[in-house]
Design a protein. Structure first.
Length: 169
């Protein structure tokens, strides 16, 4: 919902969509993403919105009858597993720089990409072995998370939680 409210639509359009979904579709809100994917895989519910692609890939690998649809508005991506954080005061700053520089090389990105099963943003890193649902479709818009998105997400979660509670009554 954060992606729709901040990039594809605006907050009011996202609220309207969510309101209609809750009222007309008898929607269920589940905080456990793995349980939600299991329900869809077993046919308890026909669709999941905002599913975690990593969990979907796990279910698909074991033969669950699932597929992923990409929205026409585009997809939202973040650093995810590729995020790097360093403390401000570290005993060996040059060693940290060396590690970060290696992680950003073709070889480093190949190791990270294959280890986590997520594609690298580097175009020269092999995509072999990565599930195709993890890739943007040709011509699809890709929105990359930034600091504003992170700050907006916190505010949006509070707004949407209150809105869902009111709408579900």
């Amino acid at each position: 919902m954060c992606f729709l409210a901040s990039h594809a639509w605006n907050l009011e359009q996202a609220k309207d969509y969510l309101s209609q979904l809750i009222k007309k579709q008898d929607a269920v809100i589940q905080k456990d993403p793995r349980l939600l994917m299991e329900w869809v895989a077993k046919g308890k519910y026909p669709i999941s919105l905002g599913a975690h692609s990593d969990i979907a890939v796990q279910f698909i690998k074991v033969g669950a009858p699932l597929d992923v649809a990409h929205t026409k508005e585009g997809i939202f991506t973040s650093a995810g597993y590729g995020g790097i954080a360093l403390p401000t005061k570290i005993p060996h700053p040059n060693a940290a720089k060396l590690l970060v520089n290696w992680l950003l090389t073709n070889e480093g990105q190949k190791v990270v990409s294959q280890s986590f099963g997520s594609p690298s943003r580097r175009l020269d890193v092999s995509k072999e072995g990565i599930n195709p649902i993890k890739f943007p479709q040709p011509g699809q818009k890709v929105f990359t998370e930034n600091e504003e998105d992170i700050l907006f997400k916190g505010k949006l979660m509070e707004i949407m939680k209150k809105f869902i509670e009111e709408t579900a009554k």
